[in-house]
Design a binder for this molecule. Structure first.
Ligand code: FPP
Length: 261
C-alpha cells in the first residue's frame, strides 16, 4: 500500500526517548499485522474500576491502532475481539461487549470512509445478537467498495472450529464430485478459511504479556513473527505499535529455509 510520508511524519511527531519513526524502515513495513488485544480487565481492575471500563478504554486503543495501520501503509490489520470461548464470560460482560461492538462500528464508519478502509469479519457472526449482526452487515455493505486497508475483526472466532468448518466444506465438495481427493491441498483449505484471499499475518502482537495463541489463527500464523509486550491493551499506543514493527524488522525470516548470503 502507498505511504503518505508527510502525514506519517506528522502523526509520529513528538517522539518519546526510546523510539522514533527513524527506527523503522518504511520500505519494509509488514503487509499484515494481527493483534490479540489483551488486558482490558486487568487495566480496569488495577484502577479499581469495573472490567467493562477496560473494554471501553480498549476502543480508543483500537481506533488508534486502525489509524496507525493506515498511516504506516499496512494492507491488513486484523484483531481478535471475541473468541468462541468468550461466551463463557459473565452474561453482563458479554452483553456489554456486543453492545460496544455495535455502537463502536456505527461511530467509526466515518473514519473507515475517510481512510478508505474495507471492513471484514473473521468468525461466525450469524449467531450474534440481532442488532450487532445488523450493524456488522451495514459496515460490510458500506465499505465493500473501499480499496485501502482491510480491517478484519475476529468476532465469535475460534481457529479449531474454523479449520473444522473448512474441512467440512472440502469433504462436501469431494462427496458431491465437485473436487477430487487429490485437489485437497493447502490452497484449497486456505480458500475456505474466514481469511480467504488475505495474506497470512507477518507480525502478531499480543498485549499484556501472555505467551499463548488462545485458539487464534492457528493455520495462518505458521510463519508469523510474534511480539509480546507487557503493555495492557488500553495503554497500547502508536509508539508501542512502532516498537513492535522495529522488533519485527530486526528478525530474519527464513520460512524454514536458511539465510541467503
Ligand atoms: C481482552 O481483555 C479483550 C477482549 C476480550 C475484548 C476486546 C475488546 C475491545 C478491545 C473493545 C473494543 C472492540 C471493538 C471491536 C469495538 P480481557 O478482558 O481478556 O483482559 P484481562 O485478560 O485483563 O481480563
Amino acid at each position: 500500500m502507498r505511504l503518505d510520508t508527510k502525514k506519517l511524519r506528522a502523526y509520529y511527531a513528538d517522539a518519546p526517548q526510546d523510539i522514533s519513526l527513524d527506527d523503522v524502515d518504511l520500505e519494509a513495513i509488514p503487509s499484515h499485522v494481527s493483534i490479540i488485544m489483551d488486558g482490558n480487565g486487568r487495566w480496569a481492575t488495577a484502577r479499581g474500576l469495573d472490567r467493562s471500563r477496560g473494554h471501553v478504554a480498549g476502543v480508543d486503543s483500537l481506533r488508534e491502532a486502525v489509524t496507525t495501520s493506515v498511516r504506516l501503509g499496512l494492507d491488513v490489520l486484523s484483531v481478535y475481539a471475541f473468541s468462541t470461548e468468550n461466551w463463557r464470560r459473565p452474561q453482563r460482560e458479554v452483553d456489554l461487549l456486543m453492545h460496544l461492538f455495535a455502537t463502536t462500528l456505527v461511530k467509526e464508519l466515518p473514519l473507515f470512509h475517510q481512510e478508505n478502509v474495507r471492513l471484514r469479519f473473521l468468525g461466525d457472526i450469524d449467531v450474534l445478537p440481532e442488532r450487532t449482526r445488523t450493524v456488522f452487515q451495514r459496515g460490510l455493505d458500506e465499505t465493500a467498495d473501499h480499496t485501502g486497508m482491510t480491517f478484519a475483526l475476529a468476532v465469535n472466532y475460534g481457529a479449531r472450529s474454523e479449520i473444522a468448518r473448512a474441512a467440512r466444506e472440502l469433504a462436501r465438495s469431494v462427496a458431491s464430485g465437485e473436487l477430487s481427493v487429490d485437489d485437497v491441498n493447502e490452497d484449497a483449505l486456505s480458500a475456505r478459511l474466514y481469511t480467504a484471499g488475505l495474506p497470512d499475518p507477518d507480525l502478531l502482537i499480543r498485549t499484556s504479556g501472555e505467551m499463548r495463541l488462545s485458539n487464534y489463527l492457528l493455520w495462518q500464523l505458521a510463519y508469523t513473527e510474534f511480539y509480546v509486550t507487557p503493555v495492557l491493551w488500553p495503554d497500547f499506543s502508536r509508539w508501542d505499535f512502532l516498537r513492535a514493527v522495529a522488533s519485527y524488522q530486526g528478525r530474519s525470516r527464513r520460512f524454514g529455509g536458511v539465510m541467503s548470503s
